[in-house]
Design a protein around this ligand. Structure first.
Ligand code: 8YV
Length: 314
């Protein structure tokens, strides 16, 4: 009897096929009547397979009275009701480390792409403006600029390591100074960090404590010449305050890979020229997604085999 597993979102075929072979997968995202599916299979569900961007809230967890484990395809498990899992003794796993460098690469790429206006420059060629109007407008230097890292965890550290290659003046905020970051300036106050940053990277693990840590005060401290890059979770930024600042010019620009309500965006974003919009793609390389899927499946298999879990957070 294959364990019954509730699947919250889609996975690539290279994961879907072994999942279907090893487990009785019930695809919540594929059904038109989620309530009916949960009522029918909920009591049989022993595992939930979800994604960092989708999570598993109390409604889903409570529909599965015999739930034993939730496996997350992603490093962020902020969308999983961890307190409820702890109270019910439900294991939770994620996929750390395998995606760290891809996400850091993508954040730096977003800074360079938007800072040097590569997409506008591409349009300058395609539109014929280069022939008609001449040289593309000048942009600002990125190397030797000032970078702020809000959250020097695994991803923040890899971002800072990359930026040091651009001879940038790097500072970071975190709970405390880090021994491995002696070359960079520790600035505990996010507003002070923002004030001394041309490029502010938001690389915090999302939680109730970090919600809207980038509010109007931090946004205004980055200011009309600065850029905010978010490769963490939308919840770390007050999105309404961000939009107000971008529309008014109080914030120079933003490069965002995550959004409240994604994949549906606030339509105000689509009217702005000073924002780089990316579809939560920072970890989206073949190699990394294969490693994430393998780790997620290894956790599921290990649990039902009574073996230690490769990457448990609860
Ligand atoms: C995942 C993410 O790719 O790792 C995370 O927490 O958000 C992304 O890297 C995404 O959750 C999967 O769709």
């Amino acid at each position: 009897q294959k364990p019954h597993v509730l699947q919250v979102g889609s996975y690539p075929d290279w994961d879907q096929q072994p999942l279907d072979a090893g487990f009785h997968m019930h695809r919540l995202f594929d059904t038109s009547d989620k309530v009916a599916l949960l009522a029918e299979v909920g009591p049989n569900i022993r595992g939930i397979a979800t994604r960092g961007d989708l999570g598993a809230g109390a409604d889903l967890i409570n529909a599965c009275p015999n739930l034993e484990i939730i496996v997350v395809y992603g490093v962020g498990y902020d969308a999983v009701d961890i307190a409820l899992c702890k109270s019910r003794g439900i294991r939770v796993t994620n996929t750390p480390d395998v995606l760290t460098r891809d996400v850091a690469d993508y954040g730096v790429a977003m800074m360079l792409c938007h800072g040097r206006r590569l997409i506008d420059a591409q349009n300058w060629v395609h539109s014929g403006d280069w022939s008609a109007k001449g040289m593309f407008p000048l942009t600002k230097r990125v190397h030797q600029a000032r970078a702020g890292i809000l959250g020097l965890g695994r991803i923040g550290y890899e971002v800072a390591r990359r930026l040091s290659g651009f001879d940038m003046d790097i500072a970071y905020s975190d709970i405390g100074p880090k021994d491995f970051a002696k070359d960079w300036t520790f600035e505990p106050d996010p507003v002070a960090l923002a004030r001394r940053s041309d490029y502010l990277f938001v690389t915090l693990a999302a939680s109730a404590e970090t919600r809207h840590i980038v509010g109007r005060d931090v946004i205004d401290a980055v200011g009309p010449e600065g850029m905010i890059i978010n490769i963490s979770r939308a919840s770390n930024i007050d999105e309404s305050a961000l939009l107000d600042a971008l529309e008014s010019g109080r914030l120079g620009s933003a490069a965002l890979d995550v959004f409240e309500g994604e994949p549906a965006l606030n339509p105000r974003f689509l009217k702005l020229q000073n924002v780089l919009l990316q579809p939560h793609a920072a970890s989206g390389t073949v190699q990394t997604r294969k490693a994430m899927g393998q780790m997620m499946r290894d956790n599921l298999t290990a649990h039902f085999a009574g073996q230690p879990l490769p990457s448990a957070v609860v």
